[in-house]
Design a protein around this ligand. Structure first.
Ligand SMILES: Nc1ncnc2c1ncn2[C@@H]1O[C@H](COP(=O)(O)OP(=O)(O)OP(=O)(O)O)[C@@H](O)[C@H]1O
Length: 566
């Protein structure tokens, strides 16, 4: 039994008229009445394998709802299952309200909140090949939270797909709602026990595109981890040109085609699926696949990871799904120390680090006086209020003044304590430059200065992730302290994911201990050992976040380097 992501129709399509619910079968079915449970059916919103859904209006109070209707004898009585599960989910954010449910004649019906288009509709109608990273992060934050809510109430969704995530109608159009609990199931029994796992291969339930490898390819029992894995695959799909490879040929029409799809999905390695994407998506997919059958996922941390990722890419980091998406904001530091916030007029889905660096470098060379168009306010006022001294480019112009003007100007004055940090550059590039400097010195005082700058660079935005460039920096530092030769370029490009990944046993206590140990290190080799421990433990932690203790460790490292004999 499967359901397809491509099955939801373009909603709000046709006027309702009495219809034969199953004309293809040849058997004469009773027509759907015009009124069910005091609701007048108006238009068809969608129809799936198991029934149809209508926009309907209460004949007395005029309330408009969605009414899901199914033949009471349907071979897969999903409405009956939903009727049982909906009450468990009531009141949860993004869980539709169930107003009424029952059987009228041969019809099993559910009356729920009328909601907006599905992510599938939004995505397809956008005409874009991929979604922007900000929207995918918002979807990730919301979907992980929805799953947390459902799981906390003892329910698995088991059919995560774009068509089953819909946005609300205004004023809730930024909130994602879960729908279609026809395949959902309680995973906690009445005695509070988790359902048992089984090695026996079971019939597949879910959807072809996003169901997890364990469930779809190995016939395992679905549990919380599989809802999350499906979510991970969905995020990756949205960021991949033309989507995940096994979705490109459409729904398999033969069992042989289905077997091929299963094989392709099973073989796809996370690093291949996520090539070119921010590493967080690969990490998330790997994380979901490492969860044990009955393990509770760490939802909160992953919401935080995607929030940080969004802010790192110039988005607000708010979970609200703003559609159509707003372009990301690029922050440029002016010579006066003020910041200029510029909306990138043509948002890219994922600006690669190097490209971002180029954009920022070019922006800093712009002669802002050339932007004569008023922006939010009179330009001169804005400049006076912000105390902007427009930098004049001394370098060759890289073209005509760029057409898209800034949309908004912020007057943020936040600065790091060290003004020498050229903040206009991306964090990754900045750290890469520090690494180059690092590799040219073994003087411990200079190394200490670079470690300080490194620590500040890591705090440049709200993301506290140990980014790839940061790992390289620490690797080079270790080499310098060990007195070994400098790492080659191969070392610089090594992916996190090639690092041995041990079970997540990173303990906050380890970093806390390192923080104190570092102040007592007697020589540079011991320091190098502590750095190695620090990198390993951070890599093994969820989201690779650098904690307060982590920053204290780096500060302690800088101080200790100064104290070491030359
Ligand atoms: N509450 C709602 N408000 C507005 N539209 C809805 C609502 N619920 C469902 N729809 C639309 O109807 C489509 C089908 O709904 P749903 O998935 O619940 O039905 P289904 O019969 O179980 O479908 P499938 O067989 O595809 O899983 C959705 O993709 C969505 O476009």
């Amino acid at each position: 039994m499967t359901s397809q992501s491509g099955s939801d129709s373009d909603s709000f399509s046709s006027d309702y008229s009495e219809v034969d619910s199953d004309s293809s079968s040849g058997s004469k079915k009773p027509q759907i009445p015009k009124v069910i449970a005091n609701y007048m059916l108006e238009t068809t919103l969608g129809s799936g394998y198991s029934g149809s859904i209508f926009r309907a209006r209460h004949i007395h109070n005029g309330n408009v709802v969605a009414l899901k209707i199914q033949d009471v004898d349907h071979e897969c009585p999903t409405n009956r299952f939903e009727r049982y599960l909906y009450p468990l989910l009531q009141g949860g954010k993004g869980m539709p309200t169930l107003y009424s449910a029952g059987v009228q004649g041969p019809w099993d019906f559910l009356v729920i909140d009328l909601l907006g288009p599905s992510l599938d509709n939004l995505y397809r109608k956008s005409g874009k090949d991929v979604m922007d990273i900000g929207s995918v992060c918002s979807i990730a934050m919301q979907l992980i939270s929805r799953l947390e809510c459902m799981h906390n109430r003892g329910v698995l969704h088991r059919d995560i797909q774009l068509g089953n995530c819909v946005v609300g109608l205004p004023p809730n159009e930024k909130t994602i709602y879960m729908i279609d609990f026809g395949f959902s199931k309680r995973y906690i029994d009445e005695n509070g026990r988790h359902i048992p796992d089984s090695r026996e291969r079971r019939d597949f339930i879910g959807n072809y595109w996003f169901s997890s490898v364990n469930v779809h390819c190995r016939g395992r029992v679905p549990s919380r981890r599989d809802d999350l894995e499906a979510a991970a695959l969905m995020f990756i799909h949205l960021l991949t040109p033309r989507g995940l490879s096994w979705t490109r040929n459409g729904v398999p029409k033969t069992s042989q085609a289905h077997d091929l799809l299963i094989e392709e999905k099973r073989r796809a390695r996370p690093e291949d699926l996520c090539r070119g994407l921010p590493v967080e998506f690969e990490d998330f997919l790997r994380y979901t696949r490492k969860l044990k059958f009955d393990q509770k996922p760490d939802y909160e941390t992953w919401v935080q990871v995607f929030q940080d990722l969004a802010t790192e890419h110039g988005y607000s980091g708010h979970e609200d799904l703003i559609w159509p998406p707003e372009p990301p904001v690029v922050r440029v530091q002016l010579s006066s120390g003020k910041h200029l916030l510029i909306r990138d007029a043509a948002p890219t889905s994922i600006p690669p680090r190097d490209e971002m660096h180029d954009i920022l470098a070019k922006l800093t060379n712009l002669n802002l006086q050339a932007f004569a168009r008023p922006v939010l306010a009179d330009r001169t006022n804005a400049a006076r209020n912000m105390n902007i001294v427009a930098p004049v480019s001394k370098e060759k112009s890289f073209g005509k003044p760029l057409a898209p003007p800034p949309i908004s100007i912020g007057s943020e004055t936040t600065q790091t304590s060290d003004n020498s940090l050229p903040q206009r550059r991306s964090k990754g590039r900045l750290i890469a430059d520090l690494t180059t400097k690092l590799s040219a010195t073994t003087n411990t005082t200079e190394l200490a200065g670079l470690v300080k700058e490194f620590s500040q660079a890591l705090r440049l935005n709200s993301s506290r992730t140990l980014v790839k460039e940061a790992s390289n920096f620490l690797e080079v530092l270790q080499n310098q302290l060990n007195g070994s030769s400098l790492p080659t370029m191969a070392g610089r490009t090594r992916s996190f994911n090639e690092q041995p990944r041990e079970p997540a046993r990173a303990k906050l206590g380890v970093v806390a201990r390192l923080r104190y140990d570092v102040s007592t290190a007697r020589n540079s080799k011991v320091l190098a050992g502590y750095i190695s421990d620090f990198v390993q433990v951070t890599h093994r932690s969820v989201g690779r976040n650098i904690t307060k203790d982590g920053f204290a460790f780096l500060d302690g490292l800088a101080s200790r380097l100064v104290a070491l004999p030359q």
